[in-house]
Design a protein around this ligand. Sequence first.
Ligand code: KG4
Ligand code: ZN
Length: 351
Amino acid sequence: MLVLGIETSCDETAVAVVDDDRRIRANCVLSQQAEHAPYGGIVPEIAARSHVDHLDGLIAQALSEAKIGFADLDGIAVTAGPGLIGGLIVGLMSAKAIALVHAKPLLAINHLEAHALTPRLLAPLDFPYLLLLISGGHCQFLIVHGVGHYQRLGTTVDDALGEAFDKAARILGLGFPGGPAIEHAAARGDGARFDLPRPMLGRSGCDFSFSGLKTALLHVVNGLPKPLAMSDIADLSASFQAAVADVLEDRLGHAAARFRAGAPSGRALVVAGGVAANGFLRARLEHAAKALKLTLIAPPPALCTDNAAMVAWAGIERLRLGLVDALDVAPRARWPLDPNARPAPGAGVKA
Ligand code: KG4
Ligand code: ZN
C-alpha cells in the first residue's frame, strides 16, 4: 500500500510517500521560516500564498524521489485541519483534484492525529498509549485508545508550549521559531540562576498554563542591563527550560495516574509535536517516565516537527480501516481530537 501525504496547515509545505511496511519513500519539507521571520511570527496570508507557489512542485519532487507516478498510489492523505484555513484549503483542493482525476481514495487527516500516530510509523506500538502533544498550537495530554479514538486528560488554559517558547525567544531577542533558538542558547547556560515560576505545579488535574512564565521572564529581562549579555541570554534560556521541564514532570505524574485508571494495559508515553524535538525536555521526560514505569517514545526531531510522512502514515492507518472521506469534505480550522473534551477553565479559542 502506497499513500501520498500532503501537509499545508501551518508554515511548512510538505509532501511524502509512505508505504504500509513503514518505509518512507519520500519526505519533502519546505519551510517558510525565512518568509515569516521579518514579522516575528506566521502571517496566514503569506503562508497560504507560499503553499500555492510551492505545493505542485513539491508533489512532483516527492513522486520522483519515490520513483512512482500517481497511478501507483493507493490513497491521497491530506491534512484537513486544524490549522490556518488558507493553507488547509490549498492542500485539500490539490488532494481532491488528484483523488478525482486518478480515481484514488481521499483521506482527510486531522493534523493532531498525524502527530499522535507517528510512533506507529517508526515501530509497532499497541494501543492504548499516553500522548503528550506539545506543539506551536497545542499542549495536551491524551489517551490514544485507537485510530480516531482519543480521550483528552488536560490542556493548556492559555499559551501552547511551542507558543511560549516562541514568545520567550522574542523577549530574549532570539530569532523565530523560538524553540530551537532557546534550546541552543540554553546549552551554555545556568538553569538555576533565575528563579522563574512553575505554573500549575502541585495543582490537581493535568492542565497547563504558560503565560505567567513568559511574563515573569519579561520582568526579569526588564531588570537587566541592555543589550543583554550572551551569558544572560544563555542563563535565561536555561532557566526557562528548567521551569518548563519541572512543570511537564509534575503534570505527567497526574496524567500517568489517570492513564493507569483509564487504560490499565497501557505502558508507553509518547511525546510528539514540534517541542518534542527539544533534547533537554526529552531527557527530563524520559527520566520522569521511567520513575512512573512508563516507556518514553519520542520520534526523531524531523518527524516531531511538521512533516507529511506522518500525514501519509495516518492515511495508511485509516485506509486499512476503510475510513475513506468523500470529495466534499471541508477543511476545519478547529478540530479537536476528543470531541467530548470541554474547554479548559479560562481557555480562549485554542481549547
Ligand atoms: O508541531 P510543529 O512543527 O507545528 C505545529 O503544529 O505547531 O511545532 C512548532 C513549534 C514551534 O513553536 C517551535 O518553536 C517549537 O515547535 N519547537 C521547539 C523546538 N523545535 C521546534 N520548541 C522547543 N525546542 C525545540 N528544539
Ligand atoms: Zn504540528
